[in-house]
Write a protein that binds this ligand. Structure first.
Ligand SMILES: [Mg+2]
Length: 217
């Protein structure tokens, strides 16, 4: 058997493995009509370096809780999302070929649980949401691997697998994937909304069918 050029393939989640959402956070805020000025201020404060990612994460979960985003209602919303066309087939084919498959995302674990199940992946680096026993949002665990940190997530998984980052491929769709795309040995822009990401990826796939990534891996 020929050695794989990219033994580890990492995927972004929202907009890449999952259709119908660009960022799950935005989808949740809009669906539950959270406090828009408060949400905007936290966004600006995070990108302005005033608050940490953890502060931003906890703040936004609190806004969702205050707006009535219970476990039951969040699950109803998740039922409106679908896996990207070809996503499950692409993952199954990669695994059959012997690749390890991972998610590195600033989305939420509940999206993976609902649409795929964590068991489909060898590694999942993502924000974790906690519910209280009565079904209220009760904080969570923020991922250190979002935005700039996504690149560190790729390097961390490469270390765990005994690979160099150059042996890791990445598939993503948007601005928050710019850093990780630069860290990967092969970067594929898929369903892409960012000119900057498109420019620095090795390959762009415009048709929304994830099976099309297979020939580049
Ligand atoms: Mg995305």
């Amino acid at each position: 058997m020929t050695a794989l050029r990219f033994p580890l393939v990492c995927f972004d989640l929202d907009g890449t493995l999952v259709d119908d959402t660009i960022y799950i956070w935005k989808t949740l805020h809009e669906a539950f009509e959270t406090d828009e000025p408060a949400r905007r201020k936290a966004y600006d404060d995070f990108f302005g370096g005033i608050i940490s990612y953890r502060d931003w994460f906890e703040h936004d979960l609190k806004l969702l809780r205050l707006a009535g985003a219970t476990k039951k209602r969040v699950e109803e919303l998740l039922r409106t999302l679908r896996p990207m066309e070809g996503a499950k087939e692409a993952i199954a084919t990669l695994k059959a070929r012997g690749h390890k498959v991972a998610i590195i995302s600033g989305s939420l674990d509940i999206v993976v649980d609902h649409l795929f199940g964590q068991h489909l992946f060898d590694h999942v680096l993502i924000n974790k949401l906690h519910y209280s026993p009565d079904g209220q949002i009760d904080g969570g665990e923020p991922t250190p691997y979002d935005l700039v940190g996504k690149a560190e997530g790729l390097r961390e998984l490469a270390r765990r697998e005994g690979l160099s980052p150059d042996q890791v491929a990445f598939v993503g769709d948007n601005e928050n994937d710019i850093w990780i795309a630069q860290a990967a040995g092969r970067a594929i822009a898929f369903n892409c909304k960012s000119d900057k990401l498109r420019e620095l990826c090795h390959v762009e796939i415009k048709t929304k069918d994830l099976r099309l990534v297979l020939e580049h891996l």
